[in-house]
Structure formats: C-alpha cells, structure tokens
Write a protein that binds this ligand. Structure first.
Ligand code: FES
Length: 107
C-alpha cells in the first residue's frame, strides 16, 4: 500500500492505453484515464454545470464534457474553453504492483 492518503482505485490491467474508468475513492467519483502508460485522475465533474466527464471525448491529454463541450486538461484540471471557466480537481495517481491508487486533493 502506498503512502498515507492513498486509496485503491482500480487494477491497471483494466485500462488499456486510452482507456478510462470511473472509481469511487472516499466519497467521490473520480475519472482515471490511462495515456501512454501514465495514469491521470480528475474528479468526474464538469465545473460548468456539474455533469460527468467520463463519457466525454478524449483528445490528447484533454477530455471534452459531453454536455456542452467544455474541455479540461487531465494533467492540471484546467478549463481550456467555454462554457467552463473553473478547473476541475486533479488527484494524485500512483501505480504499485499493478494497482492504481489515488490520493484526493484538498477541497
Ligand atoms: S456541464 Fe460540462 S460543459 Fe456544461
């Protein structure tokens, strides 16, 4: 088990490159995306109107909200275009022994 605050999220094998999974970590739903062997984790929440991001189109390191098209950078959480103006939260991901662990960022 990794350091303090990390919780098990999913098995790395369940995500092929470009794959994604929604996991419950603590009391939050987070979206984990695998890109080029790296894992990224953001809250599964669009800051425009609270919609889930998990069914959105993946474009490089960006995910597009399926509701109104806001895009977020999975590395930083930054909102890249309207109608979202606020970032979504990014959470730390750690791969250990084939398992992905997540540490939720502070609210
Ligand atoms: S809820 Fe995501 S762009 Fe509106």
């Amino acid at each position: 088990m990794p350091g303090p605050g990390f919780e098990y999220a999913c098995n790395a094998d369940s995500l092929p490159d470009g794959g994604r999974e929604v996991c419950e970590v603590g009391s939050e739903l987070v979206l984990i995306v695998r890109i080029g062997g790296q894992f990224f984790c953001v809250s599964d929440v669009c800051t425009h109107d609270g919609g889930p991001l998990s069914d959105g189109e993946l474009i490089d390191h960006q995910i597009e909200c399926p509701r109104h098209g806001a895009r977020f950078d999975l590395r930083t959480g930054a909102a890249l275009c309207m109608p979202a103006t606020q970032p979504t939260r990014v959470h730390e991901c750690l791969l250990e022994a084939g398992k992905v662990y997540v540490r939720l960022s502070a609210l």
